[in-house]
Design a binder for this molecule. Structure first.
Ligand code: ADP
Ligand code: MG
Length: 694
């Protein structure tokens, strides 16, 4: 049960005044869906609108605040004509100007003979001062505090600052007083203020550099966030740690059979990692292991062989992929590999509805299926396993840590193997999982040729088109053409990709397909299937193909505006080709004049195919802050904390969380009750649910 005093904070924003469905949608785009999210949406800058007693001292074309007396209204008589309100600042005339204004509104905020404090950009137009659409108009007699500085929040189309502020104020001005949850030693050491003060200060225009590394108010909240995260991890991992997992010990007939019948030899790394996993599985404690391996290093086989060990012991396995396309692909591939082994396998995604879903769920519950491939649908309500022994989580960077750990299963703890193609720095795994064992696939399957990578200026596009045209005529090879993400706007994304599609489709009639994020999963799958099986040669895509698409006949990937991508992302995209032993190519189309960083990135890409090396270079170029940043869709995403300068807090938070939980694993002690507030505030409710269940 959520505590009542957190009601306001944990409510969805649509209960606030002024938030109808339309505004709600718009505000959601800022990542704000619960009231609490307003707290983390800090101003990104402060603007000055200095007060001038004498208008002649005020700089033109600058935001200023003036005191004016309203003299006369001059409403517009036809459309397009502005509505002017004649005023004086001391003795000097000034017009307040509105376009397309609603007359009664202006009359009510600027009544004749009243004195008003007005902020806005001061202009000098036709020999007269004027302010057009002032940002604030306040009654001088009612004004308590002259705000010469105003916090500015990042917004999105359809939302203005005034409206946003009005809405967020409803939350920010009613923060509850919460009992302190940080111990006094830490409070003292870091000179932290209390929770409420820290938030209020961060939204207060007097504070410079809200996000600065040393801003003590932000640091306090960063600590909270990291602490909540570490507590949640500790709770989830420790709550029933005394319950052992199962030792999956058997003759490994299934696994050996699979390996024997593979059309290839396992690489050295694959063999080594399989041994590491075997040791874990045979022990009677839960395995939590991260398997890192570059795109194409053969993680799937490792996962599959491991699952067979568990299945042979009579337990079920789940294999979770981030999208239904990928889940379907894995399902298909695995089914083929298991053809001779009579293992009962099923696919569960969000698309299974009604009767079909019901039947599948029954089979999963009754243990009639042993291997379940799926998406998030696997961890949704209503899915009960008979006896889940091992969960594989593929391409983990698309999942939230709790979803991954949600597989913790009543009775005993299923083992977890998380697979990632993006090498993850140690700080990050620590932040995400607490401690976790690691395996790496270092060598590539033999016979795979490195992908030839080159940079090409967009100016030489024609040359590229000729090359493609030549190949299309002479071979049956296929091409990916990736269009970049544009400033987080899906509409613009799509526009750019559509333009590219139209352009290519004119040249290569009926040979081009377009796939993008706004299609539903079914549509995407259809397009992928068509691309795979029919005579389509170029697939134009927004970055939706970033993760795990396996089309062997694709030999070339063109990445348009490669300068807009990070190294890790470029490498990930490049891995879409080179999946067989044909020569493959990656062409990084870039704008003519590159900045230093972009130049360096493209150079590194052309020089190496080694994902671990690229990750290291990435760290050097960008610094950990960027890598760990939110945009990377990299592991845990924090609202306040930034691991590039809060890693000291992370260490502190981890130690503190481990201490608390080992002393009071279920948070039953009185002194720890307020930690539940903390967990709710940072939406680590899953941990609280775990407490209830344990
Ligand atoms: P990833 O690590 O990117 O998930 P996959 O597991 O999808 O890679 O493997 C990529 C391709 O390489 C698959 O077609 C797989 O069958 C093949 N493969 C895996 N291991 C080997 C190997 N040892 N030798 C040759 N091909 C392999
Ligand atoms: Mg894979």
């Amino acid at each position: 049960m959520k505590p009542a005093h957190l009601d306001l904070l944990l409510s969805p924003i649509n209960k606030l005044k002024g938030v109808g469905p339309k505004i709600e949608n718009i505000i959601n785009k800022l990542g704000i869906s619960l009231n609490i999210h307003f707290l983390w949406h800090f101003p990104y800058k402060i603007i000055e609108k200095k007060y001038y007693d004498n208008i002649h001292d005020a700089p033109i074309n600058t935001l200023v605040t003036l005191k004016v007396e309203v003299l006369k209204h001059n409403p517009s008589r036809f459309r397009r004509q502005p509505y002017k309100v004649s005023c004086v600042a001391n003795e000097t005339p000034i017009d307040i100007v509105y376009f397309n204004a609603r007359h009664p509104v202006i009359r009510s905020i600027l009544p004749v003979k009243s004195f008003r404090m007005i902020s806005g950009k001061l202009e000098f137009f036709r020999n007269k001062f004027q302010i057009t659409h002032p940002s604030t108009v306040e009654d001088v007699t009612k004004i308590q505090l002259l705000r010469e500085r105003e916090p500015i929040y990042s917004l999105t189309a359809g939302l203005n600052l005034k409206y946003f502020t009005k809405i967020s104020k409803q939350v920010l001005s009613s923060l509850p007083n919460l009992e302190e949850w940080i111990n006094s030693r830490i409070l003292k050491q870091y000179k932290f203020f209390n929770w409420k003060d820290s938030i209020e200060k961060l939204h207060n225009p007097e504070i410079e550099d809200t996000f600065a590394d040393k801003n003590v108010f932000r640091r306090r909240l960063a600590f909270d966030e990291l602490y909540a995260h570490q507590l949640a991890i500790a709770i989830i991992r420790l709550i029933d740690s005394k319950k052992k997992s199962v030792a999956f010990k058997n003759n490994n007939n299934l696994k050996n059979n699979l390996i024997k019948n593979l059309p290839f030899q396992l690489t050295k790394s694959q063999t080594k990692v399989l041994e590491e996993i075997k040791t874990d599985l045979e022990s009677n404690t839960q395995m939590i292991r991260l398997l890192q391996g570059d795109v194409g290093s053969g993680k799937t086989i490792v996962a599959l062989a491991s699952m067979l060990t568990v299945i042979e012991s009579g337990f079920q396995c789940a294999f979770m992929a981030p999208t239904s396309i990928l889940a379907y692909q894995h399902y298909e591939n695995i089914s083929i590999l298991l053809e001779n082994l009579s293992i009962k396998i099923t696919l569960l995604t969000g698309k299974d509805k009604g009767k079909i879903r019901k039947e599948k769920l029954e089979k999963i519950r009754d243990g009639e299926v042993e291997l379940i491939v799926g998406t998030h649908a696997l961890i949704q309500e209503g899915v009960t396993f008979k006896n889940l022994g091992l969960s594989i989580i593929d391409e983990q960077h698309r999942f939230g840590v709790y979803q991954r750990l949600a597989f913790n299963y009543k009775g005993f703890r299923p083992s977890i193997l998380v697979m990632s193609a993006t090498p993850i720095p140690r700080t990050l795994t620590l932040a995400a999982y607490g401690d976790m064992d690691e395996s790496r696939l270092i060598d590539k399957p033999i016979g795979r040729k490195p992908i030839m990578t080159s940079g090409l200026s967009l100016k030489k596009e024609k040359q590229l088109i000729d090359r493609i045209s030549n190949k299309i005529q002479k071979t049956s090879e296929k091409f990916f053409w990736v269009c970049p993400l544009i400033e987080e706007s899906q509409e613009l994304d799509l526009k750019a990709a559509t333009e590219r599609f139209n352009n290519l489709n004119k040249i290569f009639k009926n040979k081009v397909l377009l796939i993008h994020g706004q299609l539903n999963e079914k549509e995407k799958e259809n397009i992928m299937e068509k691309f795979k099986n029919e005579d389509f040669r170029i697939l134009v895509a927004t970055t939706v193909i970033e993760v795990g698409i396996d089309i062997k006949s694709a030999t070339t990937i063109i990445i348009e505006h490669a300068e807009r991508f990070g190294l890790a992302q470029l490498h990930q995209l490049r891995g879409r080709v080179g999946r067989n032993n044909q020569e493959s190519f990656c062409i990084l189309l870039h704008k003519e004049n590159l900045g230093d960083t972009a130049k360096k990135r493209i150079q590194i890409m052309t020089e190496t195919n080694d994902g671990f090396k690229i990750a290291e270079e990435d760290l050097i170029i960008r610094g950990p802050g960027e890598i760990l940043g939110k945009k990377q869709s990299g592991l845990p995403s924090f609202n306040v904390a930034d691991l590039s300068f809060d890693s000291d807090l992370l260490e502190e938070a981890k130690i503190e969380a481990d201490n608390v939980i080992s002393d009071d694993p279920k948070l039953l002690k009185d002194k720890n009750q307020n930690l539940k507030n903390l967990l709710y505030i940072h939406e680590r409710d899953t941990a609280i649910k775990t407490l209830g269940a344990g």
